[in-house]
Design a protein around this ligand. Structure first.
Ligand code: 6PG
Length: 468
């Protein structure tokens, strides 16, 4: 039987997704840049091999798929995607479709959608790593509704399910799916960083070993912190390095990698003027972590930063409540950025739908997202942190977050994401801020003008050369 769908790229993610699609009963034709991988694939597929058509050329691939065709690209983001589109397009008929399921920059997706001509184009963000791709990822699609409709059956079948509801949806046109995936990753960075900061307080401030820390995270799995990231943090803290017999965490170099999606989120937030300080702090913490030699030189010159906390300065319930508050603040920032993009790009992004897609399958899946979806469904325009369920976590966790940040500062333990979360919280509850000083300064040196609290039609100050 001709294949229902095609796929290019049998790497970790593409191979896993192919097996997932085949398992759901859809015959799939596949091509890979390294022919040996394609040839070996049926063996890897085992009993699913009869649903998989290995193809050695693009022509073969195109011929194997039932028209109107849909071909998934799951290859490294960037140039490789443009190359594959260029190679495929002349072989395709009008109405055929290319679906980029890699971690594309959404600006590229916007461009590719506009350049697509007769070939239709969908940009889809998927999340959940290899395990997700194999057994159910979260899928955030961008493109035209009629194109999504053609692949919806396949996509919802392979996607993760939350109480039977598929975690896959069209979130908007063009690059909207990849944009939402990038923000997902920005939140992912901030969530991971806050967990790492709490880990640092336990390790350096409270002198706890990896095993004790694992126990704490294991305990938090049964709490509002219940999430994939807390679960895996418990598991990695629990793991032993087979090489040395030491805790695995203690043999891993403290320099974080990044492929770019978190950074794109921070950059895009700046373009949008959307405040996401916790996400920015997390990206910067990764940048800083890579400065291994500089950090060692700094420690040699100034003495070590982290010092043990005074006895009783922080306890575990304080860490937990602070982390809950921090997490609420970072999701509030992420959703705020999505709604800013919805307005700026005219995309009208459906916030409750997006929260629903993230409930299962993706890296940031958590118990809290369930409640976030509900809160956003009630009022999509609200600041998440001001929804009753979440404002309660902030009210309850405020003292803990403040204590944590203050104690960390006194002990020299860097907690940039949690600290910026706290500063964000304080700024968001300050009706009368200090930007009047900025406005006055701007007016003083550049006659930039300001508005007055009393609304009077006077826009310059009584300083020399300007205004009155
Ligand atoms: C996901 C992840 C994934 C991401 C990698 C690495 O949602 O499944 O976000 O898409 O690319 O986990 O990301 P970094 O290299 O940027 O940490």
């Amino acid at each position: 039987a001709p294949a229902r769908i095609g796929l290019i790229g049998l790497g970790t993610m593409g191979g896993a997704l192919t097996l997932n699609i085949a398992e759901e009963g859809f015959p799939i034709a596949v091509w890979n840049i390294d022919e040996a991988v394609t040839r070996a694939f049926p063996e890897r597929a085992g009993e699913l091999a009869d649903k998989i058509v290995p193809c050695m050329t693009h022509e073969e691939l195109v011929a194997a798929i039932q028209p109107p065709r849909a071909i998934i690209l799951l290859i490294p983001a960037g140039e490789a995607v443009d190359q594959q589109i260029a190679a495929l397009t002349p072989l395709l008929d009008d109405g055929d479709m290319i679906i980029d399921m890699g971690n594309a920059n959404f600006h590229d997706t916007n461009r590719r959608a506009r350049e697509a001509g007769g070939v239709n184009f969908l940009g889809m963000g998927i999340s959940g790593g290899e395990e997700g791709a194999r057994h159910g990822p979260a899928i955030m699609a961008g493109g035209r509704p009629e194109d999504w409709a053609r692949v919806e059956e396949v996509m919802t079948a392979v996607a993760a399910k939350h109480e039977g509801e598929p975690c896959a949806a069209l979130v908007g046109p063009e690059g909207a799916g990849h944009f939402v995936k990038a923000v997902h990753n920005g939140i992912e960075y901030a969530d991971m960083q806050m967990i790492a900061e709490v880990y640092g307080l336990m390790r350096d401030g409270m002198g706890m070993g990896a095993g004790e820390i694992a126990e704490v995270f294991e305990g938090w799995v049964e709490s509002p912190l219940r999430s994939y990231l807390i679960e895996i943090s418990a598991e990695v803290a629990r793991a032993t390095d087979p090489e040395t017999g030491k805790p695995a965490l203690d043999v891993i170099l403290d320099a974080a990698g990044q492929k770019g999606t978190g950074r794109w989120t921070a950059i895009e937030a700046q373009h949008l003027g959307a405040p996401v300080p916790a996400i920015e702090a997390a990206v910067q913490a990764r940048n800083l972590s890579a400065k291994v030699a500089d950090r060692a030189a700094g420690e040699a010159l100034f003495g070590p930063g982290p010092r043990p906390l005074p006895e009783g300065a922080l306890d575990l319930p304080t860490l937990q409540a602070a982390l809950i508050a921090g997490k609420v603040l970072c999701y509030d920032q992420g959703f705020g950025m999505i709604s800013a993009a919805g307005r700026d790009y005219g995309w009208d992004l459906p916030l409750p739908e997006i929260a629903k897609i993230w409930r299962e399958g993706c890296i940031i899946r958590s118990a809290m997202l369930d409640d976030m979806a509900e809160a956003l469904a009630e009022d999509p325009d609200r600041n998440l942190m001001m929804a009753p369920y979440f404002s309660k976590f902030l009210v309850d966790g405020e003292h803990a977050l403040r204590t944590l940040v203050a104690q960390a500062a006194m002990a020299g333990i860097p907690v940039p994401a949690l600290a910026s979360g706290l500063a964000y919280f304080d700024a968001m509850r300050t009706a009368r801020g200090t930007a009047n000083m900025i406005q006055a300064q701007r007016d003083y040196f550049g006659a930039h003008g300001f508005d007055r609290l009393d609304g009077k039609d006077i826009h310059h100050g009584p300083w020399a050369g300007h205004g009155l």
